[in-house]
Design a protein around this ligand. Structure first.
Ligand SMILES: Cc1ncc(COP(=O)(O)O)c(C=O)c1O
Length: 414
């Protein structure tokens, strides 16, 4: 595994950013520094550490599944987001993890052997692709539209896998359903329902369950006026097939790095055992901090603050893009999350080795080349004409300046 694992692109993106002090990074998936909940966290930590009665349990090892109060609060928080729905949001099926990244990693380990296949959106979250690559799991890309995967394309792929017999190694479909990383696309409930039905239909040929992994990392970062979309957990038939990955990193604090998962049996028990080997429990102090934040209403106040701030930053980016980018660049402007997606004309590369990427670096502005977000899938060519641009960590001034620099580079090449 050590030999097989490729260097993660995220490492050199961060290195590139750190090596040029004047560089404006529109690449990082970091959250906004200025709104991190320093005062809230100090107050809550003070409360926890005020007496041995509350301080000692927080400074002690906890259980592998996570602190019971936090599991309950997490399940009821999700129920609330899903309009009181309680079909599948049970604390007994909830596990608290070191970010949702750890949850995704363990879930893949529980489901897959080397040589298995997982379907992903085309494009998708590139660190997830790293987990697949490292484990020798094959990825197949399903075309992504602005309202979620192309269901007809998913059907075609499933039929092809059935015909070739590869369906017997297909374990899951992974979707980032809210303000997707990298495109900002949000999957409608209609599509979630269609996808779940389709996967179910092919289970006979597979000879085992095909799970829908729903990654909702950006769910609470909505800043447009649309209503929240319910999760696939609320759908009939979801209880035994939907694996939900959530996180408190993005809405509360990335440095606290607590995530969670909700899963059906027998995957729940398998992931719990794997977590027992990983770390036998997420840092307890952080779990106590989050439980207090959720129970006291501090969490909701923080989420409201963060949303307002991203709404402002996204608007700044939108205006700057309209002003500085060539008109033939297609922009997907999200109503939440941290990212905009830009599509250059088809014949123009913005890939890692492209003149555009090199010129952008030279002009001290960094973006994520879209090609990094496509799985190694030999059944199609990876598009290289796209870029992920983030308004998450840059200040409003730097967003304006960064987009101006990037726009100048693009005008030279388009
Ligand atoms: C789509 C998606 N899922 C999961 C994660 C992991 O986040 P965390 O481990 O902080 O919960 C990220 C982080 O950027 C992400 O973009």
């Amino acid at each position: 595994m050590g030999h097989r694992t490729a260097p993660p692109p995220i490492s050199w993106l961060i290195k590139a950013a750190l090596s040029r002090p004047k560089l404006i990074s529109l690449a990082a998936g970091f959250t906004d520094n200025a709104t991190l909940p320093v005062d809230f966290s100090r107050k809550l930590l003070n409360e926890i550490l005020r007496s041995p009665k509350t301080g000692q349990p927080a400074l002690q090892y906890g259980t592998t599944a996570g602190e019971e109060p936090l599991r309950h609060l997490t399940a009821s928080h999700l129920q609330k987001l899903d309009g009181g729905h309680d079909r599948a949001h049970a604390p007994e099926r909830t596990i608290i993890t070191g970010g949702s990244q750890q949850f995704l990693y363990m879930t893949l380990e529980a489901l897959c052997d080397e040589g298995d296949t997982v379907l992903v959106e085309d494009p998708t979250y590139f660190v997830f692709l790293g987990i697949l690559q490292s484990h020798g799991i094959k990825a197949r890309g399903v075309k992504l539209e602005r309202d979620g995967v192309d269901v007809a394309h998913l059907k075609t792929i499933l039929e092809r896998l059935k015909k070739s017999g590869e369906i017997r190694r297909l374990k899951a479909l992974y979707l980032v359903t809210y303000f997707q990383n990298p495109t900002g696309a949000t999957t409608t409930l209609v599509k979630k329902r269609a996808v779940l039905k389709l996967l179910k239909k092919f289970e006979r040929a597979a000879g085992h369950p095909i799970y829908l992994i729903e990654d909702a990392a950006y769910r609470e970062l909505r800043f447009d006026h649309g209503a929240d979309v319910p999760t696939a957990l609320t759908l009939p038939g979801a209880k035994n097939r939907v694996i939900y990955a959530g996180t408190y990193s993005k809405p509360f604090a990335t440095g606290v790095r607590v995530g969670f998962g909700i899963l059906p049996e027998p995957v729940y028990t398998a992931v719990l055992r794997i977590k027992g080997n990983h770390d036998f429990g997420t840092a307890n102090l952080l779990q106590h901090l989050l439980a207090r934040a959720l129970a006291s209403g501090v969490y909701d106040r923080q989420v409201a603050k963060v949303r307002k701030n991203y709404a402002r930053k996204a608007a700044v980016m939108k205006r700057a893009l309209a002003e500085h980018f060539p008109a033939n660049v297609e922009i997907w402007a999200a109503g939440g999350g941290l990212y905009f997606w830009a599509r250059l004309p088809k014949n123009i590369s913005a890939g890692v080795k492209s003149k555009i990427f090199q010129a952008a670096l030279k002009n001290d502005v960094l973006y994520v080349p879209g090609e990094l977000c496509y799985a190694d899938d030999s059944s199609r060519r990876k598009p290289a004409n796209e870029m992920r641009i983030s308004f998450g960590s840059a200040s409003e001034k730097n967003i304006r300046e960064g987009i101006q620099r990037l726009g100048a580079v693009l005008r030279k090449f388009i």
